[in-house]
Design a protein around this ligand. Structure first.
Ligand code: SP5
Ligand code: ZN
Length: 362
């Protein structure tokens, strides 16, 4: 643990507590799950220990959210739990969270337009990419608070801060324009990046350090040249979430061709290969000539994280912060995954401290 005192503004909200997934349904079984309330609490404790200046969350309303997500997804997230209760599914069969069971796969639909299903149980499958990302009574309010935290951090750099951190929970990078999943509901990093764009800041580079590929962020910006997306993550082709997306040949489409860069890493990869991949991503990000960067700060590449087989050590996270500083542009750090509750807070501070130490004297 570092003794560095953090200077950058940090945004944290107690409203994350409104979202308690109560475990996750994985391979049909409700398991404890890793995306727990305590995650944001250990992060807060570590930021306090590092004397970081806390900034109040500013509500931005739904406007910046629907710049990224379809109104149908946003309405669904807002109303899904009420619809679930109306259908009585909490009493029979006794499921107190929204969990999908049937999915309108493209090959099922045969190109026909999706009809909105009457059953609440079926509606969930129109928006969810997996069964693990349950919706509870106030999940939507917590997700909106997380987006507001990211937006508030973005406002800090617009006001001249060299960097700001948002302790977003639930995380966001798996959620796309019209779907949610992977413990994510609204894509906080994408919402912050798009917000920076609408404030006429010039192009934005998103660098995603989470151990999993940010399939949602990639999808949101896939055909756009004005927002670069780069991610290093455990190889989905080696059997890891999100399984279907995150391969090296996904380079963007149309005008966005060349603005997407994935570096899949073999399970077991440690600090050396992880930093080498980050270096190449940051070089590509710099080539896009960004005016600002958004870092999707997952800490689950940590060697003891229960959700990823990557083996990155603490020094790697410190060095990552330094390398991000070398981009030389303002940075919004947005919290994503990270599930080792004993180290998560320390690792967040390690990255941010690495960044600040490298920026001293600039
Ligand atoms: C934000 C983020 O890091 N999302 C990652 C979600 C990955 N979820 C995959 C679910 C796999 C179930 N995990 C079982 C772990 C047993 N140790
Ligand atoms: Zn992750």
């Amino acid at each position: 643990m570092t003794d560095h005192r953090l200077a950058m503004p940090v945004v944290w909200t107690k409203d994350h507590r409104l979202h308690d997934p109560a475990g996750e349904v994985w391979v049909g079984v409700r398991i404890a799950g890793s995306e727990v309330v305590e995650r944001a609490e250990v992060i807060r404790a570590a930021l306090e220990s590092a004397s970081a200046p806390f900034v109040e969350v500013v509500e931005h309303g739904p406007g910046p959210v629907v710049q990224v997500h379809g109104a149908d997804l946003v309405d669904y997230l807002d109303n899904a739990y009420a619809g679930w209760l109306d259908a009585g599914l909490d009493r029979d069969p006794g499921q107190n969270r929204v969990v999908p069971y049937v999915f309108p796969l493209p090959q099922l639909m045969g190109g026909r337009p999706l009809r909105t299903p009457v059953a609440a149980s079926a509606l969930a499958g129109c928006f969810a990419m997996d069964t693990t990302t349950s919706i509870g009574p106030d999940t939507y309010r917590a997700a909106r608070a997380a987006a507001d935290a990211a937006l508030t951090a973005a406002d800090q750099i617009l006001a001249g801060a060299p960097a700001a951190y948002a302790a977003c929970r639930p995380p966001g990078h798996h959620a796309g324009t019209g779907f949610f999943g992977g413990s994510c509901y609204l894509n906080n990093a994408a919402i912050a990046a798009q917000w920076l764009r609408t404030q006429e800041i010039g192009s934005v580079a998103i660098v995603d350090l989470d151990a999993h590929h940010g399939n949602g962020t990639q999808q949101v910006f896939y055909d756009r040249p004005d927002v670069f997306y780069g991610s290093l993550h455990v190889d989905p082709g080696a059997g890891w979430f999100p399984h279907f997306v995150g391969f090296a040949d996904e380079i963007g489409d149309g005008a966005g061709r060349g603005s997407n860069h994935n570096v899949p890493l073999a399970p077991g990869s440690g600090t050396g290969p992880w930093l080498a991949a980050l270096k190449s991503l940051l070089e590509e990000a710099a080539d896009s000539n960004p005016a600002a960067a958004v870092v999707s700060l997952g800490l689950d590449a940590w060697k003891d994280d229960p959700e990823s087989p990557l083996q990155v050590e603490a020094e790697g996270f410190s060095r990552a912060g330094e390398m991000i500083a070398d981009l030389g542009v303002p940075v919004v750090f947005v919290q994503e995954g990270g599930y080792d509750l004993t180290q998560l807070g320390n690792l967040v501070v390690t990255v941010l401290a690495g960044f600040e130490k490298a920026r001293i004297g600039r």
